[in-house]
Design a protein around this ligand. Structure first.
Ligand SMILES: Cc1cc2nc3c(=O)[nH]c(=O)nc-3n(C[C@H](O)[C@H](O)[C@H](O)COP(=O)(O)OP(=O)(O)OC[C@H]3O[C@@H](n4cnc5c(N)ncnc54)[C@H](O)[C@@H]3O)c2cc1C
Length: 307
């Protein structure tokens, strides 16, 4: 059966779709090109078999080697072409709406052009707006959730829904659906389609200075020349994961083509671009155990592990 508005390809390689360049082949990749096609997704998934995995730009994903029992769901090109829109201005603030498929850097540049601040500290974070919301991405004291006012999303059980500010539940690298929208079965999923933000007016030159400072600090402290998925571990309460890893001797520790970076111990880098996920997982396990034994702290991964 053909599904207009859905582009389906078989056996996509996660190594080609993730920034760390690791992982085997999923069952299929399904690109949704319009909202009308979303209702067909549950049927398509049932036909293909496997678990739904929502893919943004793949900058926070570490997938296993070998065949993966996953069907990747993604917002297609048509969603990416939608420009952010200024909805309303009140006093010193403005409401802006944007598609989840938009690359985060493009969204931040649009805010700069509109003279809207509040998120400039996020400059330098790769990925799409949907991925940033799902992860509540943040840096230098700002998180995307700080400015979110509404989220539009699709769930296979309820279709398109809008979450209002009072329904939004975000925490450190976490976005959780309210119980009324949560699927009771394991394997439940949701697709963020777009969001609305409330942002403060700010002089463009000061926004630009903040964006440049954020980019500069990241370039100085992160191994941006090698494939990675950003920080591997979340910072445990009151502590820095990078410092714990460094103290446990993991800065520069390598296995196969993977290594904890010598520039930033919490970045796992794929040094040749052709490493194996098995080596990444072995290093992660080793580091977790070492920090647990040394500091009594069980570190949680920030990177999403698939499946
Ligand atoms: C060099 C580098 C630096 C980084 N620096 C930072 C940093 O400073 N701060 C920070 O927070 N992160 C950082 N990251 C991690 C990453 O960029 C962010 O988590 C980013 O927001 C992920 O966006 P993405 O589109 O790539 O999502 P993906 O990696 O594709 O997905 C991440 C998660 O979000 C879910 N998801 C993605 N899109 C949607 C959607 N539309 N609907 C529902 N769920 C969705 C996925 O299922 C997955 O669970 C860095 C990564 C790299 C490679």
């Amino acid at each position: 059966m053909r599904y207009p508005g859905l582009k389906i390809t078989a056996a996509p390689s996660l190594a080609e779709l993730t920034s760390i360049r690791l992982g085997g082949e999923a069952i299929a990749r399904v690109l949704a090109e319009d909202e009308a096609s979303l209702d067909a997704l549950p049927e398509v998934l049932a036909g293909l078999g496997g678990k739904a995995a929502i893919l943004g730009q793949g900058s926070n994903i570490l997938a296993h080697d070998g065949p993966l029992p996953l069907v990747l769901l993604e917002l297609g090109e048509a969603f990416r072409k939608r420009e952010p829109r200024l909805l309303e201005e009140t006093g010193n603030t403005a409401r802006v709406t944007a598609s989840a498929a938009l690359p985060l850097p493009l969204f931040l540049n649009t805010l700069f052009r509109l003279g809207l601040g509040g998120l400039s500290g996020l400059s330098g974070i790769p990925g799409r707006l949907g991925g940033a919301i799902a992860m509540n991405a943040g840096s230098f004291g700002q998180e995307i959730g700080d400015r979110l006012r509404r989220v539009r999303l699709f769930t296979p059980e309820l279709g398109i829904r809008i979450l209002e500010e009072e329904d939004l539940d975000l925490g450190y690298r976490r976005f959780t659906l309210p119980p009324s929208l949560r699927c009771p079965e394991p394997g439940g999923w949701f697709l963020i389609l777009g969001a609305e933000f409330l942002l403060p007016r700010q002089a463009p030159e000061s926004i630009k200075a903040e964006m440049q400072s954020s980019l500069r600090r990241k370039a100085e402290t992160q191994p941006l020349n090698l494939p990675s998925a950003g920080c591997v571990f979340k910072n445990p309460p009151g502590q820095k994961a990078g410092k714990l890893l460094e103290e446990a001797g993991f800065r520069g520790r390598s296995r196969g083509g993977l290594a904890f970076s010598s520039v930033h111990a919490n970045f796992l880098v794929n040094t040749s671009g052709r490493g194996r996920a098995d080596d990444a997982f072995a290093l992660i396990l080793e580091a977790r155990e070492a920090v647990l034994a040394r500091n009594g702290v069980l570190m949680e991964t920030e990177v999403e592990i698939w499946p």
